[in-house]
Ligand binder design. Structure first.
Ligand code: GTP
Ligand code: SPV
Ligand code: MN
Length: 629
């Protein structure tokens, strides 16, 4: 970390009346690392003028820098250091209770034309948003340090990697970005004249007056999470939580990257990546899209309950996919860490995640045990005595509120995961054999279906709907459409995203090996509200069927929805499914499905003439198959 001396220490002389104070500051700050791209330096200087921080710090990504920042945050009360005997080099952060999840209602796509953002995004004209943000950010970093955080999404020298620089006034964000991305000097070095890089500005929007005491989690009631896809820029104001603030993640790797990918012929998706070795020793790779808090981390770390199958982890949230020179679809995980949902993560559901979190982890909004370790609902069956909840208050099971916030999260390096695959940083990416779409559906959607072909698979992706979770603000449990699990993350018109998938599929077909496409649903319930499928490790049975289909070994039966497994082709050994449950998992309710098709037709109509014709054809064919039932 090159900490620049403060203006007060180095300004050659006090500013003269009438002199622009900001420019004096800037000259004192302007000591970027040698070799930094002049475009980055000029941009940082210009931002410093507007945001007027006390100090500018260029982050190098070193351990010493992380030590210093965590020490500073412990001192300020932003972090609590956990007991190193239980959880070495780990910390708990408690956010402001008004800053606990992504704010989709304050997330904006500011393309030049409204139709390029499309009906699923909040659009504001770029000039208008720039004016608003210029106004809001003037002096917004007063009394704070502006950290310059260069990072690479993807392995440093991967041809699929892209670079970015985020400035932020939150040390919590710096340390989190250090875990979630390849951050620091090595990334900055790779931004050279001619390199494309994404500009990301982040402020918590809480300037400090001289002498004013800071709070543990500064943020602003008003929030703007703004994206300018044409100029590859991000400006985020007012929040320090997750996807609102760690701009490499949803803002860059999905919203901006999806627009880059559209222009350049690849895909940026809300997908986990995993590697599977089947009992015959064949290695296969899978990409799977599920909406937020619907089981990506769990599936990425799946512990098979059937013998002979090995599952390893490549990524748990975001995948960048591109047809390779051999015509096959290849994918990288652009991230370097996991920002995973804590509640529901325990020995029975995801022991691998529990093992990953042994140390070097930042926990946000979980509960604190009296012995200085952490706890959340689902970590163990019973809550330990003497907990302090995520708000910092004494808690007992009688409190009537959760001890950990439902969207509490852990931030940890992917390399610490015991099941991380040996090819997870392959610069060329891994070859994708199967694509899975999933959602949280109590009704209608079967346990697993194989698409008839790529176009039908795109229809499956386009019609994902899911019950709302705590990952974003809104009414939990309410069913909403989440096409490609990208509803909150697509940086351009969703219908164009579907057209792009159809186009990429055409290229993959020409290459002779398009991945097979499947839909899964672990969340179907019976009339009593009980999950019919046991889920978690047992999902390996479904994964095995999927990959046996790819291998040409498993049988399937035609259904109006696509190919469904014959019971004998799924390994159900040792699983005690109550009588009738298997059938219930695949039941097709004709009336309910025809209603769903009508609802989809209305949804598609909202995209007007941007709607790709092959998808409307697919929907019409689905309707015909259902009517013939
Ligand atoms: P984001 O990080 O928000 O994008 O989400 P994610 O998809 O990675 O979410 P995660 O894997 O953390 O999902 C966690 C939630 O899914 C918890 O409530 C789990 O209990 C639930 N879950 C995961 N797998 C299963 C399953 O097989 N069956 C059931 N019933 N629940 C599951
Ligand atoms: C999600 O909500 O899908 C997440 C968490 O992965 S956040 O990074 O906050 O968006
Ligand atoms: Mn996610």
């Amino acid at each position: 970390m090159t900490a620049q001396p403060t203006a007060a220490e180095t300004a050659p002389s006090p500013a003269e009346p009438g002199e622009d104070l900001a420019s004096v500051h800037t000259s004192a700050w302007a000591l970027p690392p040698a070799g930094a791209d002049p475009r980055v330096v000029a941009w940082v200087e210009q931002l410093a003028h507007r945001l007027t921080p006390d100090t500018v710090v260029w982050c190098d990504g070193s351990q010493g820098e992380r030590d210093e920042l965590t020490r500073l945050m412990v001192e300020r009360g932003t972090l609590v250091q956990l007991n190193p005997e239980h959880r070495p080099y780990s910390f708990l952060a408690r956010s402001d209770p008004r800053d606990v999840a992504r704010v989709e209602s304050r997330t904006f796509i500011c393309s030049e034309r409204e139709e390029d953002a499309g009906p699923t995004n909040h659009w504001v004209a770029p000039e208008e948003m720039r004016r608003t943000l210029d106004e809001a950010s003037r002096g917004a970093m007063r009394g704070r340090t502006m950290y310059v955080v260069p990072f690479s999404m993807g392995p440093l020298d991967s041809p699929l990697a892209r670079r970015g620089v985020q400035v932020t006034d939150s040390p919590y964000v710096v340390v989190s970005m250090g875990i979630m991305t390849r951050m620091g000097h090595a990334a900055l070095e790779r931004i050279r004249p001619g390199t494309e890089w994404v500009r990301a500005v982040h402020t918590v929007g809480a300037p400090l007056a001289p002498g004013e005491a800071d709070v543990a989690w500064p943020c602003n009631e008003v929030k703007y999470i703004s994206h300018f896809p044409e100029t590859r820029e991000i400006v985020s104001f007012g929040s320090a939580y997750g996807g609102n603030a760690l701009l490499a993640k949803k803002a860059f790797a999905l919203r901006i990257a999806s627009a880059m990918a559209r222009d350049e012929g690849w895909l940026a998706e809300h997908m986990l990546l995993l590697k599977v070795t089947n009992p015959r020793g064949r290695v296969l790779h899978v990409a799977a899209a599920f909406p937020s808090a619907c089981g990506k981390t769990n599936l990425a770390m799946l512990k098979p309950t059937i013998p002979g199958w090995q599952v390893e982890t490549i990524g748990d949230d975001i995948a960048w996919l591109a047809p390779g020179a051999d015509g096959r679809l290849r994918a990288i995980n652009p991230e370097a860490g996991f920002f995973g949902v804590a509640p529901g993560t325990g020995a029975a559901t995801n022991q691998t995640a529990v093992d990953t979190l042994w140390g070097n982890t930042i926990f946000t909004n979980v509960a604190l045990r009296p012995d200085g370790d952490v706890w959340w609902e689902g970590l163990t069956e019973d809550a330990p005595e003497g907990l302090v909840d995520w708000r910092g208050e004494d808690w007992t099971p009688a409190s009537g509120t959760p001890a950990a916030h439902p969207n509490s999260r852990f931030t940890v390096a992917a390399s610490q995961c015991p099941t991380i695959a040996d090819d997870w940083e392959d610069p060329d990416g891994v070859v994708i054999d199967a694509i899975i779409f999933g959602g949280r559906r109590a009704t209608n959607v079967p346990l697993v279906v194989e698409a008839r072909d790529w176009e039908h698979g795109v229809l499956m992706g386009a019609t994902i709907s899911s019950e709302r979770t705590a990952a974003a603000e809104g009414t939990i449990g309410e069913l909403r459409r989440d096409p490609f699990a990208m509803q909150p993350f697509c940086g351009y018109n969703m219908a164009d995203h579907w057209a792009h998938w159809l186009e990429v599929g055409g290229r993959l077909r020409a290459g002779g090996h398009p991945p097979r496409v499947f839909q899964v649903n672990w969340f179907r319930k019976d009339e009593d509200g009980r999950y019919i499928w046991p889920g978690f490790g047992e999902n390996s049975r479904v994964l095995a069927w999927i990959l046996d289909r790819v291998d040409g070994r498993a049988t399937a039966a035609a259904s109006p929805l696509g190919w469904i497994p014959r019971r004998e082709s799924v390994d159900l050994d040792g699983l005690e499914l109550p009588e009738g449950d298997w059938e219930r998992l695949f039941e097709v309710d004709r009336g309910a499905w025809l209603d769903e098709v009508e609802d989809t037709a209305a949804f598609f109509a909202g995209f007007g003439d941007r709607m790709p014709a092959p998808l409307e054809r697919e929907l019409a064919q689905l309707r015909e198959r259902l009517e013939a039932l």
